[in-house]
Ligand binder design. Structure first.
Ligand code: NIG
Ligand code: FE
Length: 404
């Protein structure tokens, strides 16, 4: 099969342990073999046998190439929106008043249940296209606004379908334990029983790549979360957790015990939690959009995560309640300005570490054998991607599996 050669570019490979920051290669070459990268390195070093097989040659015009971006934590598929609640709050209504009037997560559950699959797909595709336009080539989508079998199935099926109609890989996560639906009010354990019934059904239908839960005093306890995780483990499904967002409930330790791919939010993470995550190899997914939108003041313990070598990923948390955001590049900027990540840490957070948060080993870095998912940017330095905000990303081309 013929190969494709890309030259006249700088490649931020994001390879772990690279000598240069960002794994940057000046005057790089990429050799693409179908859906995979056959070779990445300095242009002068391309092996002669590969060079001889390159039929097409592309001049990147000096552009910067990065791995395709990965948004590893989204609730992208939902009905309605909560702009009206946003307005009510800014006009003085309290969160409790809004919740009592059926607002908050409950209102999104209502709108998601009322929407047809087609309506959900149309509404979600618009959000997805905005992420793709910024170079996202893989993203995760959680359920959790259906909270009943048919509606969780509808959400996850729409998520899968979006991956068929767009040049993006979708990973689906079952978040049945997101909130207690109205019909189970006051009966949280009975709802957990219902979640445990939904899980094997949806898994058998091929709709579940991972299982997540919202472990928090206003949602599910560690004991209830543990029941969900035990069921996931019995089915061989990896777990993730919305952990320590509003308080330290020890969710990170529980998730680590189950070998979680990631723990997400983590503003209230303790030293013990960070140690447990490090030992389990769990990724810390930081969500600056939710921190900003909820006007939180407690910062995630970035120094602690660095100290224990817990990899940090960054994501939009795209959802109608706490982060109505479809810009992963804005999250790069906010990870730097709000959480004080370095631009290099932020870029690794939407590439290499985001891949790990999804358990994907075939992407997130530019290296031989990896998927040929990459973005060509009209910028000189990688830091420009996190430096500018609210700006056109100067994205030139997105390659997904070797296709433009
Ligand atoms: O990831 N933390 C829980 N869930 C969402 C927000 C849910 C909502 O308000 O709709 C989050 O922030
Ligand atoms: Fe979330």
């Amino acid at each position: 099969m013929s190969l494709q050669l890309w030259t006249h570019c700088r490649a931020a490979t994001l390879q772990a342990g690279a000598a240069q920051p960002y794994g940057l290669i000046e005057d790089a070459a990429l050799v693409i073999d179908g859906e995979s990268l056959a070779w990445v390195g300095p242009r002068a070093d391309v092996p002669a046998d590969l060079l001889a097989r390159c039929e097409t040659q592309r001049d990147a015009g000096g552009a910067l190439i990065t791995p395709g971006l990965i948004d590893c934590h989204t609730h992208l598929v939902y009905g309605g929106d909560r702009a009206h609640e946003f307005e009510l709050r800014l006009n003085g209504a309290t969160y409790e008043e809004i919740a009592r009037a059926g607002g908050g997560i409950a209102s999104t559950v209502k709108a998601t249940r009322a929407a047809t699959a087609q309506q959900l797909q149309t509404q979600s595709a618009a959000r997805l296209q905005r992420l793709i336009a910024e170079g996202v080539t893989t993203l995760e989508i959680k359920s959790g606004y259906g909270l009943a079998l048919e509606h969780e199935r509808k959400t996850l099926s729409v998520a899968r379908a979006l991956g068929q109609t767009h040049a993006v890989d979708i990973r689906t996560t079952f978040l049945g334990a997101h909130a207690v639906p109205a019909e189970f009010a006051g009966r949280t354990d009975a709802y957990v029983d219902a979640v445990l019934e939904m899980l094997p059904v949806l898994h058998a239908e091929g709709l579940v790549d991972a299982v997540d839960a919202f472990c928090e005093r206003i949602a599910f306890s560690t004991a209830q979360t543990g029941r969900v995780f035990a069921a996931a483990k019995a089915l061989g499904i990896p777990v993730k957790l919305h952990a320590e967002q509003l308080s330290d409930s020890g969710g990170a330790q529980l998730a680590a015990h189950y070998g979680a791919l990631s723990c997400d939010h983590l503003e209230w993470l303790s030293t013990e939690g960070a140690q447990a995550m490090a030992a389990a190899g769990s990724v810390a997914v930081l969500l600056p959009g939710a921190f900003y939108f909820l006007r939180e003041t407690k910062l995630p313990p970035v120094a602690l995560l660095r100290e224990h070598n817990v990899p940090m990923a960054i994501s939009t948390d795209c959802n109608p309640g706490s982060s109505p955001c479809t810009s992963l590049l804005l999250m790069l900027n906010m990870a730097c300005t709000l959480f004080r990540l370095t631009p290099e840490e932020a870029l690794a957070g939407v590439t290499r570490h985001a891949a790990a948060a999804l358990g994907l080993r075939d992407r997130g870095v530019l290296a031989a054998g990896m998927r040929a998912d990459f973005v060509v940017w009209g910028v000189e330095r990688p830091a420009e991607l996190s430096y500018a905000f609210g700006a056109n990303p100067r994205l030139q081309t997105v390659f997904k599996g070797g296709l433009v």
